[in-house]
Design a binder for this molecule. Structure first.
Ligand code: B12
Ligand code: SF4
Length: 611
């Protein structure tokens, strides 16, 4: 029984589907890590719980949850993103089967609280703003409730230093920290501005340095990711922080190297690029989405228009950071195939790692509201299937304007071109010619997990495991070693990423082929029936071709309808009635595993995010 000043909290980070672009499984294996990223949300929450409470953290992506863990707990706290929803729901059922109460929180419960109705407590939004009420209720003996933090106003300068001590650093490729929340832009598909607002709130410089110092004191060395939605969202605060960060790094002989996510307009600010370079940033994720200006305007990503995107990217390379980028296929504004334009752009800009995904209307976005108003959003659009890993393995969760089969063919073509081994090696080669790492610390600190990729044996190991175009990769390595040795280890790391991305892209392509075959089969009888019943069909088709008009509405014949249900509520009810497979635990009697999808889906609907 929990008392006012004692409580045993089991924090469980749910499993992601195995079929995802993001797990970089082979890169993890090469350095002995178990998963790329650590659960920053849970360890931040952990730091807000009373110091007298006992906390145990189990990350289901790196370790097993056991009977003993559950038996120990007074309460289980869990939550995460949409890609973890299936496991989170199974976990709730498992805890209830063991008589344990569950509190959920994090982005997916916040955006879709109805999906988590089975949890005893739903603690929604930025937990700094509501934790007091939740704790008071728990200590008053309440055993259920829904608590919602006010939106966009939580003071992040009050956020505590995350409990990094709960992490096993050797399990991860990198550890995250967060400087700011929110983004000033208005992209239609984005949930960040709905969750965190358009006025980025930043931590103070001493607060941020104290977080890094805590990591440093715990012995962590290596890659630290600033998980900000848009690191440059509050440039003034960032520019004040970066010189202090540089001084802090210098004083400790550069224990960390940083990556982050930022908008492309970072390339317009030479001073900012210089500050980032000096502060040891080596990689940045940029949402490009589409090379087509009309699409960018349509999706309200105006910051990417009126510029030469490829030149902006090359400028970032010259500032010492390589770019990984997000692209989306399936916008309403795509009237004709944009596959080659997108693949050409990726080649021209020489971005090796591109997250090319299908548009997914995330819950809680302007896009979702527009599609719902137009009657185009699928029922259960916010419910994840076991296969849902990310926007590569999901598919569009709304009725598309262009026939779905055309969109899938475009997507397939882009993946095929971009993840062709020779094309990937060529982009690496060109990146190696531009990435200016001169003047940056060359050696990784003792204890940095990435030192393992630095040996020539490892390079041999990586290249010998590449399925094709080995010669090309080897040549890229040799050329880079001769002409730009300072960039070499990044090129090798990106090669290691290809060991995951190449096969993953091929699996996604195979899944698309299966889906296209299904769509063709479904369309055949329909086309036949229409031909039989409509003597004017040919003439109409001609008219459409002559006028160049788009079909008036959605494509019933080949749309991806999601579960065959009338509406979302009915779908939820049905799922509850059918009952989900009984989850189990690790000890043999009860092992639970999230379904290990072997990169199948392109099935009824799921997400995309503006990353
Ligand atoms: C870093 C990041 C990633 C990283 C991985 C992070 C990881 N740990 O594995 C990568 C790049 C891999 C990633 C990928 C994706 N991501 Co992401 N990601 C983020 C990002 C930018 C930061 C996450 C973070 O660390 N935040 C900092 C911590 C402190 O915040 P937090 O986790 O929200 O926790 C706070 C509260 O939510 C709460 N809290 C959290 N957990 C719990 C639990 C309980 C019990 C309680 C009470 C409270 C609570 O307390 C914390 C303090 O306030 C967020 C946006 C954001 N600002 O959070 C998106 C975000 C989580 N991602 C999102 C999505 C959709 C994805 C993808 C599906 C996108 C895609 N392109 O396919 C993929 C899928 C991932 C996969 N299959 O592996 C959405 C999720 C939307 C949703 N409805 O769930 C978000 C919100 C925004 C976005 N669109 O990018 N992501
Ligand atoms: S997609 Fe990125 S740039 Fe656009 S609003 Fe969201 S966080 Fe900002």
């Amino acid at each position: 029984m929990a008392h006012l000043n004692s409580c045993r909290v089991l924090m469980v980070y749910p499993r992601f589907s195995a079929a995802t672009f993001w797990n970089f499984s082979v890169a993890c294996e090469l350095v002995g890590a178990r998963y790329p990223a650590a659960p920053l949300g849970l360890i931040t929450l952990a730091a807000m719980l009373p110091p007298s409470w006992d906390i145990r953290l189990v990350n289901r992506n790196t370790e097993e949850l056991t009977e003993a863990d559950l038996a120990w707990a007074d309460i289980v706290m869990t939550g995460g993103m949409l890609a973890q929803q299936v496991d989170a729901l199974e976990l709730i059922a498992l805890c209830h089967a063991h008589g344990k109460p569950v509190a959920v929180g994090g982005p997916d419960p916040t955006s879709s609280p109805h999906v988590y109705a089975a949890a005893d407590f739903r603690v929604l939004g930025e937990v700094e703003g509501i934790i007091g009420e939740f704790l008071a209720a728990w200590e008053a003996g309440e055993r259920s409730g829904c608590f919602t933090a006010p939106k966009f106003t939580i003071d992040v300068t009050m956020s505590p230093i995350p409990r990094f001590d709960l992490l096993r650093f050797d399990h991860y490729l990198y550890v995250g920290v967060q400087f700011s929340r929110g983004c000033p832009f208005t992209c239609e598909f984005c949930d960040i501005i709905e969750l965190y607002g358009r006025v980025p709130r930043a931590k103070t410089t001493p607060q941020m340095l104290a977080e890094l110092e805590a990591l440093y004191q715990l012995g962590y060395r290596g890659h630290v990711d600033f998980v900000d939605d848009n690191l440059i969202g509050n440039k003034k605060a960032l520019k004040a922080f970066l010189p202090e960060l540089t001084a802090w790094l210098k004083a400790r002989d550069y224990p960390f190297e940083f990556s982050t996510e930022a908008s492309i307009n970072m390339a317009d600010d030479d001073e900012l690029l210089k500050l980032l370079r000096e502060a040891n940033f080596f990689a940045v994720f940029v949402g490009i989405e589409s090379p087509d200006p009309k699409t960018l305007i349509h999706t309200r990503k105006k910051q990417n228009t009126r510029r030469n995107l490829a030149e902006s990217i090359h400028k970032i390379y010259r500032a010492g950071m390589f770019v990984t980028a997000g692209f989306i296929v399936g916008f309403d504004s795509e009237e004709v195939s944009m596959a080659d334009a997108m693949a050409d752009f990726i080649e021209e800009s020489a971005i090796p790692v591109c997250m090319v995904g299908l548009l997914y209307a995330l819950p809680n976005t302007q896009l979702t509201r527009r599609l719902a108003a137009a009657g185009r959003l699928h029922p259960a659009h916010d419910v994840a299937t076991p296969e849902f890993g990310d926007q590569c393995t999901a598919t569009l969760n709304f009725d598309t304007l262009r026939p779905l089969s055309e969109i899938l063919r475009d997507y397939r073509r882009i993946l095929q071109r971009v993840y062709d081994p020779s094309a990937f090696a060529d982009r690496l080669q060109r990146l190696a010619g531009m990435l200016d790492r001169s003047g940056r610390p060359r050696d990784l600190p003792e204890g940095d997990i990435r030192r393992k990729v630095a040996s020539i044996e490892m390079v041999h190991n990586i290249i010998s495991r590449l399925p094709e175009a080995r010669e090309r990769f080897w040549q890229t390595f040799v050329n880079c070693a001769k002409s730009n040795p300072a960039a070499l280890r990044y090129i090798v790391i990106l090669m290691a990423f290809y060991l995951h991305l190449g096969p993953f892209a091929r699996q996604v392509i195979a899944a698309i082929d299966a889906r296209l075959a299904e769509l063709d089969r479904a369309a055949a009888p329909l086309a036949e029936a229409v031909a039989k019943s409509d003597p004017y069909q040919d003439r109409r088709h001609d008219t459409k071709q002559q006028t160049g008009q788009r079909p008036p509405a959605r494509h019933a014949a080949d749309r991806d309808d999601g579960p065959d249900m009338q509406d979302q509520e009915e779908w939820h009810q049905d799922r509850a009635e059918r009952g989900r497979p009984q989850p189990r635990l690790a000890s043999g009697r009860t092992v639970h595993r999230a379904p290990q999808a072997s990169a199948t889906p392109i099935r009824p609907a799921r997400p995309r995010a503006p990353r």
